[in-house]
Design a protein around this ligand. Structure first.
Ligand SMILES: *[C@@H]1O[C@H](CO)[C@@H](O)[C@H](O)[C@H]1NC(C)=O
Ligand SMILES: *[C@@H]1O[C@H](CO)[C@@H](O)[C@H](O)[C@H]1NC(C)=O
Ligand SMILES: *[C@@H]1O[C@H](CO)[C@@H](O)[C@H](O)[C@H]1NC(C)=O
Ligand SMILES: *[C@@H]1O[C@H](CO)[C@@H](O)[C@H](O)[C@H]1NC(C)=O
Ligand SMILES: *[C@@H]1O[C@H](CO)[C@@H](O)[C@H](O)[C@H]1NC(C)=O
Ligand SMILES: *[C@@H]1O[C@H](CO)[C@@H](O)[C@H](O)[C@H]1NC(C)=O
Ligand SMILES: *[C@@H]1O[C@H](CO)[C@@H](O)[C@H](O)[C@H]1NC(C)=O
Ligand SMILES: *[C@@H]1O[C@H](CO)[C@@H](O)[C@H](O)[C@H]1NC(C)=O
Length: 908
């Protein structure tokens, strides 16, 4: 009895003693701080500005210094030795210090310091002071996130007592000093996000006391993992997003104490050693985004304490999901996406009762999969099974007591109907059922599913025909992202709720007028209702009431009437695509209010207007498509008048109109985006904005990696298909006359140039040979004469498609190089041309022209579509631009073409 009493009593005495020492400081102190140290602290404080911006979420500790009395041992953040009164600890993390620091700082007079924490201050990019090396008693040093920069000074090697060093988020931008491997007392080392370079000193991993080493996010740091022996104490190893490479040593299985192993986003290759299964304490394992091959070792099933397993993004991971993984009963996060795993998801997965996140998107998994298995995992929130070969089934009595999911990705799962279990889902945020075989109407019960929470709904690429008895405005009050493209939807346009920012419903069979209720969808950022049968006028609300609208796509409908006017000032439109409708009248001047406009497509309408040179002052316009309308008159010359010059234009399609007069030589001198790469890089910012927006929208639903996938793969279906760096001019099928100006040779970035079907005369200017990025050149069906410049064959190294047919060109076709790839159709209809590929040989005695031959019809079979379109002579640009193959486009002047040459162009 006595001993068990004595022990607590002893503790009490110690506690009393300490209390006395502490509380007496305000009276006659037992130990008071030394005067010189007090002055050093005071001067240290005074060398900084106290800036609240430098310490988000913290408070200026040093403010109270001095007011708490002369005993600096009682100052906030200061710790003194109880016996001697010297300052042994200074914790000024997040103390709002702002200003420079160097080795003359009075801080370095505190020679007894054992612990120094200056993290989360702002030292204004000062170098790490070498005088730190004078604080030889230091065991703990933390300078993280303190806006220091420059290499780690070699003097730091004097700190041989260091047990903890944290320099994370210090901008070191240099190699790690090898002396690091000499810190034999080191237990904890944090060097994350330091811009480290070069090779990490291997021996550091073998320091006898080392337990924690974190080097993540140093993309230029290279290194290997060494052999480990069982005396190693490592518990925590993080080298995420570094240049570490090589194979994982089998001896990694000797790290008995290991709890946290984060090796993602490195360059490791080889097999995953099965010895990883020998780490009994492992809780966190991340092997994602490396080059591991082979199969997932079954021994991972031994890691019964594991709660986080990320194996995503190892493109050579094959084989089956080992059923042993089901032994990981503590697992909450299992990410297998973007590998090449085969087989099925083992049904034993129902053993993972703690699972919250499961993702196997983008594998080669298949088989019939009962989704209800997952619902038995009561904690499951995020379920991603997309982009595999699953045949998903859901029982018709799915249990309402099953998991309440937050995110469900079932893209491409051969679903034939809306899975039954969705009826019971009350807190969904993300639902992706795209690219399945769901037919018929969206069932009425869907209108009650997660109405308060759903923010992302993708039903695109199914065979849906409509909404069964839904309210006029769709019921999900938080819906931000709605994708219904490529279904068989009929009837009028479904109206998204107010919250929606992204709405695409292209490629359906919707009809009627664009409903006025759409006016209330004023948060829209993207609206794409293209490829439907909408008729009537474009409602004014689209031009004058959307504050945020950035992308407006109404193309390929039956819209009539004028292009709406009243575009409101300050609008944010970047893309307006009204192509392929029946719009009439002129282009309204109020389009000038769209100051951010990058992409304007009015092609294939019935617009009757002069060339809108006034659009030339839109500062961002880089794509202008006016093809196949009734535009008329001359283009004008910005050098002889004060016309604005379309400063960023890189794609212009005026084909198939009634423009006349000479080619606009002055513009060719001014279109710098077509002349130099610098200009050309000004590219579609709306695409970046859409990507950002998607990431944000999806991050909301806490599935970051999935959102990246959607962004990468999902939007690719629509917008990024526009070739961002294309530079192109298509003026074909008009009545331009006069010569081709030499100034065309300025536009060196042009990949596509088409002047076919005009009345151009004179020779082919040599300057065209300067356009050495040209892939497509069309000059057919003009009145051009003279020889084909030899330079065309020697300098246009990327030329794939050439059409010079039906002119009055003469002489030998340049031989060799790029010209060897063209067929006779490129040259036919020029009775004076001779040499290969025409059958007509040149008569060496020049002067007498060869006789025309009727055998020069080129074979059209086997040529790619670009050639075929070029054969029509007009307007192939749209197809190249948008990525749709528009072989069907047959402009009216095609008929002329055909009638001129009945023998050669019969295919369509
Ligand atoms: C921070 O550095 C900048 C640039 O060197 C300098 O102009 C400024 O005065 C410094 N601020 C402080 C508080 O030292
Ligand atoms: C260190 O900083 C102080 C005050 O900021 C300055 O007066 C001194 O010249 C600096 N010393 C060195 C060696 O840069
Ligand atoms: C640090 O130590 C070196 C010699 O070891 C000495 O020359 C220097 O003055 C010291 N610096 C300070 C700030 O005490
Ligand atoms: C990596 O090194 C390259 C080349 O030296 C440099 O441009 C880049 O900024 C470095 N990246 C980081 C994160 O330090
Ligand atoms: C690990 O698992 C394998 C089978 O998956 C088993 O044969 C082995 O004995 C296990 N090792 C340990 C240490 O439990
Ligand atoms: C692990 O899983 C396998 C197959 O699922 C099973 O046979 C084995 O008994 C499990 N091992 C442990 C330790 O639970
Ligand atoms: C419903 O789920 C619970 C718990 O997961 C289970 O015990 C029960 O058998 C299920 N009922 C049906 C009809 O599937
Ligand atoms: C261009 O066409 C218009 C009619 O659309 C005509 O009035 C005008 O004279 C033509 N100009 C030239 C230069 O041919």
């Amino acid at each position: 009895m006595t001993p068990s009493f004595a022990f607590p009593c002893f503790l009490l005495i110690v506690a009393l003693f300490q209390f006395t020492a502490f509380s007496s400081s305000s009276e006659q102190p037992a130990v008071v701080c030394h005067r010189d140290e007090r002055l050093a602290l005071k001067q240290f404080k005074e060398s900084f500005i106290i800036d609240k911006h430098a310490c988000a979420g913290s408070y200026p500790k040093v403010d109270s210094w001095g007011s708490e009395g002369v005993d600096c041992c009682s100052w906030d953040g200061v710790e003194c030795d109880q016996m001697t009164g010297v300052v042994i600890g200074l914790d000024l993390s997040g103390a709002c210090l702002y200003g420079s620091i160097n080795s003359s700082s009075t801080l370095f007079r505190l020679l007894h310091l054992q612990k120094l924490n200056l993290a989360h201050n702002h030292f204004n990019h000062s170098a790490i002071p070498s005088a730190l090396g004078n604080l030889s008693m230091l065991t703990y040093l933390n300078l993280s996130s303190s806006v220091l920069s420059g290499q780690i000074p070699s003097e730091i090697s004097k700190l041989y007592r260091l047990s903890s060093l944290d320099l994370s988020s210090v901008d070191v931008s240099s190699p790690v000093p090898s002396v690091l491997a000499n810190f034999s007392s080191l237990k904890t080392l944090y060097l994350d996000g330091c811009g480290l370079q070069g090779m990490f000193p291997l021996a550091t991993f073998q320091l006898p006391r080392l337990e924690t080493i974190s080097l993540s996010d140093n993309s230029n740091l290279t290194g290997y993992l060494p052999e480990f022996n069982s005396s190693n104490q490592l518990k925590f190893l993080a080298i995420w997003h570094t240049g570490f490479s090589g194979e994982l040593p089998a001896s990694i299985g000797n790290l008995n104490s290991m709890e946290y192993l984060e090796l993602g986003s490195c360059s490791f290759r080889g097999l995953v050693p099965s010895t990883l299964g020998n780490l009994p304490n492992l809780k966190f394992l991340d092997l994602s985004i490396n080059f591991f091959r082979g199969s997932v070792p079954a021994t991972l099933g031994n890691l019964t304490r594991l709660n986080y397993l990320d194996l995503q993004g190892n493109q050579y991971f094959t084989g089956f999901i080992p059923p042993e993984l089901a032994n990981l009963t503590k697992l909450t996060h299992l990410d297998l996406q973007q590998n090449k795993l085969q087989g099925s998801v083992p049904s034993s997965i129902r053993g993972l009762q703690k699972l919250e996140y499961f993702n196997c998107d983008y594998n080669r998994l298949g088989d019939i999969l009962d989704v209800d298995t997952f619902l038995e995992l009561k904690n499951l929130q995020n379920l991603f099974l997309s982009w595999n070969h699953f045949y998903l089934v859901s029982r018709n009595n799915s249990n309402s007591t099953g998991a309440q999911l937050v995110d469900i990705g079932l893209r491409d799962c051969h679903l034939r109907e809306f899975p039954y279990f969705l009826r019971n889902q009350r807190r969904l945020q993300l639902l992706d059922l795209s690219s399945n075989n769901i037919e018929d109407q969206i069932p009425h019960w869907m209108s009650k599913v997660s109405v308060e929470t759903l923010s992302f709904l993708d039903l695109s690429n199914n065979s849906l025909t409509g909404f069964d008895d839904f309210p006029v405005v769709l019921p999900w009050s938080k819906l931000q992202f709605l994708k219904l493209d490529s279904n068989s939807l009929q009837g009028s346009l479904p109206v998204p709720p107010l919250s929606t920012v992204f709405y695409t419903i292209s490629n359906n069979s919707l009809s009627g007028e664009i409903p006025h209720q759409l006016r209330s969808a004023s948060s829209l950022f993207v609206l794409d209702i293209s490829q439907n049968n909408f008729s009537g006028n474009i409602p004014l609300c689209l031009s004058n009431s959307s504050k945020y609208l950035s992308v407006l796509k109404l193309r390929s409908n039956n819209l009539q009437g004028p292009i709406p006017s009243g575009w409101s000032s300050g609008n944010r439109l970047r893309m307006i695509d009204l192509g392929r409708n029946k719009l009439q009248g002129r282009i309204p001047k109020s389009l000038m209010e769209c100051r951010m406009l990058e992409h304007l497509d009015l092609g294939n309408n019935r617009i009757r207007d002069a060339f809108p040179s006034w659009l030339g002052s839109l500062p961002e316009l880089n794509i202008l498509i006016l093809s196949s309308n009734a535009f008329y008159g001359t283009i004008g010359d910005p050098t002889s008048s004060n016309l604005a010059v379309f400063p960023k234009l890189r794609v212009i399609d005026l084909s198939h109109n009634r423009f006349n007069g000479t080619l606009p030589s002055g513009y060719f001198e001014k279109w710098i985006s077509m002349a130099s790469l610098d200009g050309k890089n000004s590219q579609a910012a709306y695409m970046d904005e859409i990507s950002d927006m998607l990431i944000n929208a999806l991050q909301v639903s806490r599935s970051y990696s999935y959102s990246m996938t959607i962004t990468n793969k999902g939007t690719e279906m629509q917008y990024p298909k526009i070739i961002r760096t294309l530079a192109a001019i298509d003026f074909s099928c008009n009545s331009f006359e006069g010569e081709i100006p030499e100034s065309i040779g300025n536009l060196k970035e042009l990949q596509l140039l088409n002047f076919s079907n005009n009345n151009l005369v004179g020779g082919i200017p040599k300057a065209i040979a300067n356009l050495n990025n040209l892939e497509t050149l069309g000059l057919s069906r003009n009145e051009l004469e003279g020889r084909i410049p030899l330079e065309l064959s020697s300098q246009l190294n990327f030329l794939e498609v050439l059409n010079l047919s039906y002119n009055h060109l003469t002489g030998l076709i340049p031989q060799g190089q790029q010209f060897e790839t063209f067929e006779s159709s490129s040259f036919e209809g020029n009775p004076g041309l001779c040499g290969k590929p025409l059958l007509r040989e040149c008569i060496t005695n020049s002067g007498s022209l060869p006789t025309p031959s009727s055998e020069e019809s080129g074979s059209l079979g086997g040529l790619d579509w670009k050639v075929i379109l070029l054969g029509y002579g007009c307007g192939f640009l749209f197809g190249t631009l948008i990525g749709h193959v528009v072989i069907k486009k047959k402009p009216a002047c095609f008929l002329n073409t055909v009638s001129k040459t009945p023998a050669t162009r019969q295919r369509s």
